[in-house]
Design a protein around this ligand. Structure first.
Ligand SMILES: NC(=O)c1ccc[n+]([C@@H]2O[C@H](COP(=O)([O-])OP(=O)(O)OC[C@H]3O[C@@H](n4cnc5c(N)ncnc54)[C@H](OP(=O)(O)O)[C@@H]3O)[C@@H](O)[C@H]2O)c1
Length: 235
């Protein structure tokens, strides 16, 4: 089995990388980082450098791997030192919007473009993107966080669109979007104040929940959006 994790140095990405290493000891595991290799990186994982928002980087990454059973994209962005998600449309800037699209939407599109041949096996394969419930248009009751929300809604549309195209080209591939729930990583840290402890999950728990879903899905489930609870979410 060959598995690629994009964003293996992120909070959830690192936990997924450790989970697959411990659960599938015979698997060949590749993980990517954008700029800095994790200090505590597992040596039994092949680390590759890639900015998943750059066409040339994803193309080069695909050339370094021959075939895959599973690709999990954990790249994402919510805030940085200069910008917090918008409370109101008045705070909107094109720069922050493009930053969100670049990290939350583009990687899945480029990964699908360059890895479709890698996932074309006769057995079941998986193309999984970490999305967020906040990207569900139907589920949107409270507004706010417009750039992140739009970029995850666009990601969801990308997942759905890729799944439809691949139903014919890669009939054994499960193309899935996954909502991890509020997970204790640097991404959610500034927004955890009002989250009850029972609703704040560890990256390790979320990884286990993802693999419970992976163990159950069939190619007929391609194009679905799952919560960490196993529940199917509306697009
Ligand atoms: N944590 C939550 O509560 C939560 C809730 C819902 C959804 N999610 C989603 O879950 C995913 C993982 O989030 P997380 O909590 O693990 O966040 P995180 O700890 O901030 O990790 C995000 C990772 O994405 C990487 N990344 C961003 N843009 C990239 C790019 N263009 N190319 C390659 N790598 C890129 C970052 O790399 P650098 O280190 O180089 O910046 C980092 O490794 C994200 O898609 C996020 O939107 C998280």
């Amino acid at each position: 089995m060959k598995i690629l994790i994009i964003g293996g140095n992120g909070g959830i990405g690192k936990a997924i990388t450790t989970y697959v290493r411990d659960t599938f000891p015979k698997a060949k595991i590749f993980a990517t980082y954008r700029s800095t290799l994790p200090e505590d990186k597992r040596v039994d994982i092949t680390w590759l450098k890639a900015n998943a928002s750059l066409d040339a980087d994803v193309k080069h990454l695909a050339k370094q791997i021959s075939d895959l059973d599973m690709l999990i994209n954990t790249a994402g962005f919510l805030h940085d030192a200069a910008n917090k998600p918008e409370k109101s449309i008045n705070e909107f800037t094109p720069e922050f919007f493009n930053q969100n699209l670049s990290s939350n939407t583009l990687p899945t599109l480029l990964l699908a473009k360059y890895f479709s041949n890698h996932l074309k096996a006769k057995h079941q394969t998986y193309f999984i993107s970490l999305s967020a419930r906040i990207g569900s248009i139907e589920d949107n009751q409270i507004g706010g966080w417009v750039s992140y929300r739009c970029s995850k809604a666009a990601l969801n549309m990308a997942v759905k669109t890729i799944s439809i195209e691949w139903q014919f080209k890669l009939p054994n591939c499960c193309v899935i979007a996954f909502h991890p729930g509020t997970t204790d990583t640097q991404l959610s840290r500034p927004f955890q104040k009002n989250v009850p402890p029972t609703k704040l999950f560890t990256s390790e728990y979320v990884s286990q929940q993802l693999f419970k879903i992976i163990s159950k899905v069939q190619p007929s489930d391609t194009g679905k959006f799952y919560s960490f609870t196993g529940e199917e979410l509306p697009w």
